[in-house]
Write a protein that binds this ligand. Sequence first.
Ligand code: NAP
Length: 246
Amino acid sequence: MFEYQAPEGLLENRVILVTGAGDGIGRTAAITYAQYGATVVLLGRTTEKLEQVYDEIESAGYPQPAIIPLNLEVAVPHDYDTVAEIITREFGRLDGLLHNAGLLGRLGPLHQYDPETWQQVMQVNVNAPFMLTRALLPLLRESSDASVVFTSSGVGNKGRAHWGAYSVSKFATEGLMQVLADEEDGLSRVRSNAINPGATQTTMRASAYPAENPDTLPTPEEIMPVYLYLMGQDSHPINGQVLKAR
Ligand code: NAP
């Protein structure tokens, strides 16, 4: 497991947006960031799930979060501008952005891969993080220490048969992260890195490996050290890297 013990209050006074915050790793990351003092903006497509995370954060006494419902599969550039406007109006700042939302699509050989599914996966996993980053970059650049964290995968730098659009989208995610990291290097205080969570006990993992016993896998809570590390200033000046959660 990635070794890091976050100090209490690591993320105090920081505003952090988490995509796919209603379930799986994103849900746990949002709650964990709030636990360490961040004001968390919960973005996702299923409002009821986001409300449950909101309630959990509020009842634990952590900083009051905010909810922005958005379906990344159908969102257009204007929607991302609206996200930036809401954050500017409500908080006036943004210090962290966790691109966590992801779609697995269907596993199968390329010659049988459904083109519509291909486009959905690329839209949620690649185009949406690009458009969201683009819209939020002006706000992030105003932060004294901004961290953008992308989510890759074990199939994001080595292709694997039958992983189709998902694998290709994670290669693109790492590319997007590297381009951003290189562009902002020396220009702003925006750092950009990616996490490869590794096999983790979530709904996505269960749909990729239905026969696997989930109890053999780490929970999202167990992989949080690297998520805290990259979002806080202890990881300064790491930029353009992919870190493994374990
Ligand atoms: P998950 O349990 O399926 O959660 C994915 C999250 O993304 C959900 O909150 C989901 O929202 C959201 N999402 C999906 N499509 C969306 C859309 N169109 N608009 C907005 N939100 C959308 O998956 P996970 O395992 O936590 O995965 C989190 C990230 O880790 C992903 O990027 C995944 O590729 C990566 N990853 C996971 C593993 C693993 O073993 N779990 C391994 C490597 C990489 P709903 O709840 O509304 O569906």
